[in-house]
Write a protein that binds this ligand. Sequence first.
Ligand SMILES: Cc1ncc(COP(=O)(O)O)c(C=O)c1O
Length: 490
Amino acid sequence: MIASIELKKSASKHLYLQLYSQLRELILKGELEADTKLPPIRKFSKKLSVNNITIVNAYNLLEEEDLVYKKVGSGTFVAPLTNQHKEEQNNYLDEQVYIDEDTKFTEQQEKMINFATGAPTPDLFPIAPFKRLVNKVLDRDGGYAFGYQKSQGYLELRKTISSYITNYNIKADIDEIQIISGAQQGIDILAKTFLDYGDTVFVERPTYPGAISVFNSRKANIVEIPITSEGIDTAVLEEKLAEYNPEFLYLMPNFQNPTGYSYSKTTKERIIELANEYSLLIIEDDCLGDLNYTSKDNKSLKSLDQNQRIIYIKSFSKVFMPGLRLAFLLIPNRYFEDILISKYISDIFTDGLVQRVLDLYFKEEMWEEQITTLKDTYSQRYQTMCNALQEYLPQKVEFTIPQGGLNFWLELPAELTDKKLQQQALKKDINLAPGSVFYAAAPPDNRIRLSIAAASQKEIRRGIKKLASIIKDQLENNGYQLNNSFLPLV
Ligand SMILES: Cc1ncc(COP(=O)(O)O)c(C=O)c1O
């Protein structure tokens, strides 16, 4: 029976969840009888070509449901079915029919292909292990998880983060780590800390609109510095530094939102030099840095910073679950107290239960698999998007292939506008993000952002094909004749 188990590395479902579901099914169907010994962890992991932890996590989930039991020193065995399991066993086939009908219904409902959102969809969320860890935290800490927490964050989680970030070549001790309720809150509390009415802040042009809104809410003077496929234009940055005295520069050096651009090594090094020369404070938002598919160097600026010039923001929204509202800041010591006060004023502390669960996620070594699974799914979507754009789009649409992240930034021919294209696309059940929302002032109107966060590979191919035909129709209506067979006269 066990021989029939097959795990698909290409599926969006975690490997341990695939294994858990298949074993569960074999047990409930009675194909694995009570007291049958399950394969030892090492042997099984070798057979399935997965990490030991995949087997451990699947066995743990089955144990939580009393479907298996463990004997110290002997291994894991199938448990006798309880009455509740037997009832479930009887309903098993009926349930399959029911689920299939349910799925069909939602598929029909959700026919919109969403390239507009940068948020991952619920099918990518690791619900079963999360549930297990929530219970574990509640059993362990009871009401403490729901009391007032320290504003700086749960100590154990800060210790875990301090050791985890060494993987990124970043050193920060627990006093330099501030837990926050999402990166958006991070940007907000930094703005509260550093910006007064009329203060200047530098941003990339274009940039993340959530940051623009925060800086506008502080009535700051936003100076936009153009970004190219090599990163922010350091010559313009230097000119502007000579002209203004900004409170800080907000940027995203890896897989930038919205452009997908990544800073070259030269750009990163030059920025660090300028920061030292002009005593410039930098806020580095590293939302997508983990989603590296082809980049050879996606180091953070923070890892290059010798002089405590950088405040680093890392969100768990894109690589875990946005609804948890969890992120952290790495803060040079001198700013720590002021930022702590801003955090306290905002919401006093970040949810204690989710901080504890995240901490266990790392401690039980499930994080690595989380990132690997998500990255696998996204890199397949990324490849599909690269191929579809190259195959279907007319040559007049320009884009640079990003090296990672979730976003593709397209420049439309001047005859088209982002909003009009969005309206036309919506009529065909495709949504996209108009580029003009990513600018603080004087936006161009012929850019769009396409995100792979919420579109499957199938949807990407279908959506880009349709989008390309809408673009071609609009170009033809504008009098521009597409002639893909044009060859220069030589
Ligand atoms: C660059 C960037 N920073 C911050 C955020 C907000 O993240 P969070 O959900 O952690 O608040 C986003 C969300 O899309 C983002 O793209």
